[in-house]
Design a protein around this ligand. Structure first.
Ligand code: DSN
Length: 428
């Protein structure tokens, strides 16, 4: 195959992907879209460069502007999250978790995290990053009906097994986790409390979820591209006493060169979230609650009706009776409604291909300007496929038409320059 043909094919596939995404209702709870200003800087020369080391103390020349951008990102993150120390270098959320394990535990130690069916991210499982670090993982007891941690069970188990680290957070994250309660018991046994904020990082930035650092977490690990709408990557916020351990675990431990173009994008996203984050996070939660209620009223088995369905961006539906998560997610995709299948706490991990649940996230639709009225329409479109078994191709033409009114990214600056001016003002 000729190079020219390969280049054309790739470009065409990317273009077609863009055109398709532009006509979908994308509700993958772990994704988001960046602003035009962020897109511009992530396509910059920063993506070609190396900057090992710390700003103004690098192993490479050529970094003088990169240094300033990284410092802006670090200082904005400290301000936005009121954090004592920030490391922006992890190249993903899983790497941020592995850095946390490297800094705070030794191989053979025991940690506690949710089980995967109860919502844990794979990096906290024995077969993920925790296992790579050689850790034993014990499950945090989970209240399946309430879709949250069983606090009494957790306290008892912490006292019984004395883990080195209790790590909250996960990929199904409907309600806040009991950080305060764990802190008290962790102090009795000398354990660390960590919080993987990936899914709810934007909600924490907008001050609409819990505040793990004030509630007693020693460190927050996170990705930066879910409810927090930055370019892909990870980061860690921690108390000053852990700064050196965490920094060494990240570099030279796990990351050689961090992704500098994404640091530039992160700096702009942090400025956006300082200015627009509260309004954005409030609307995300209103939208999630409205979507959940509409889906529930239409007859779908949305989890946690008795506790208001959700306090985050996520809505979780048990669709076992409707064909199962795998099949429903595929059918919805034919209608340009993009969701993912998900294990529910009562599912065996062997059923990962067609689990009971689907998980919806409203953060991207909210970023496109959708509000409660639009959530009612989205619920109706989903219901027509899942319950009424309408032809997805027929529904797809309606989805495409509906989506035409929502093209612009909201809650952001018009340009990178505007974001940097704002950052300068905020950092004084
Ligand atoms: N597995 C991803 C999710 O969808 O939640 C997070 O990395």
């Amino acid at each position: 195959m000729q190079f020219k043909k390969i280049a054309e094919d790739v470009q065409n596939l990317v273009k077609t992907h863009h055109e398709w995404m532009d006509t979908t209702l994308n509700m993958i709870a772990s994704e988001n879209i960046t602003s035009p200003a962020v897109r511009k800087v992530i396509a910059s020369d920063f993506s070609h460069r190396y900057a090992e080391g710390e700003p103004r103390d690098r192993l490479y020349q050529g970094c003088k502007y990169i240094d300033e951008v990284e410092l802006i990102a670090i200082n904005l993150a400290k301000k936005l999250f009121d954090a004592e120390h920030v490391n922006v270098k992890p190249v993903s959320g899983a790497v941020a978790n592995l850095a946390l394990f490297t800094a705070l535990t030794k191989p053979g130690d025991t940690i506690m995290a949710l089980s995967v069916p109860s919502g844990a991210h794979i990096s906290t499982a024995k077969f993920g990053a925790a296992g790579v670090r050689g850790l034993n993982v014990e499950s945090i007891p989970f209240n399946q009906k309430g879709m949250t941690v069983d606090v009494d069970g957790m306290i008892k188990k912490i006292r019984d097994i004395k883990p080195k680290l209790i790590l909250f957070g996960g990929s199904i994250f409907l309600f806040p986790h009991p950080v305060k309660e764990a802190r008290t018991v962790a102090d009795e046994i000398g354990a660390y409390v960590g919080y993987d904020a990936a899914h709810v990082f934007g909600l924490i930035a907008g001050k609409q979820f819990q505040d793990p650092l004030r509630e007693g977490a020693d460190a927050i690990s996170s990705s930066r591209h879910k409810t927090f709408p930055g370019p892909q990557g990870g980061l860690i916020l921690c108390k000053q006493n852990l700064a050196k351990k965490i920094d060494n675990a990240v570099f030279p431990g796990l990351v050689s060169n961090h992704h500098l173009h994404h640091i530039a994008g992160l700096a702009i996203t942090l400025a956006e979230m300082l200015e627009f984050g509260e309004a954005y996070a409030k609307q995300i939660i209103k939208n999630a609650k409205t979507l959940a209620e509409e889906l529930h009223n239409s007859g779908l088995n949305v989890l946690c009706a008795d506790k208001g369905f959700t306090a985050s961006h996520q809505v979780v539906i048990d669709v076992l009776k409707n064909g199962g998560g795998g099949q429903i997610a595929k059918t919805l995709e034919e209608a340009n409604i993009i969701v993912n299948k998900n294990l529910l706490p009562w599912d065996s991990i062997d059923h990962a291909k067609n689990p009971s649940g689907i998980r919806l996230g409203v953060q991207e639709l909210t970023r496109l300007g959708m509000k409660e009225g639009e959530m009612a329409k989205v619920a109706e479109l989903i219901k027509r496929i899942v319950l009424d078994k309408e032809n997805p191709l027929k529904v797809r033409s309606e989805v495409i038409k509906f989506r035409q009114n929502f093209k612009k990214v909201h809650y952001c600056f018009d340009s990178a320059l505007e974001a940097y001016r704002y950052a300068e003002l905020k950092l004084g």
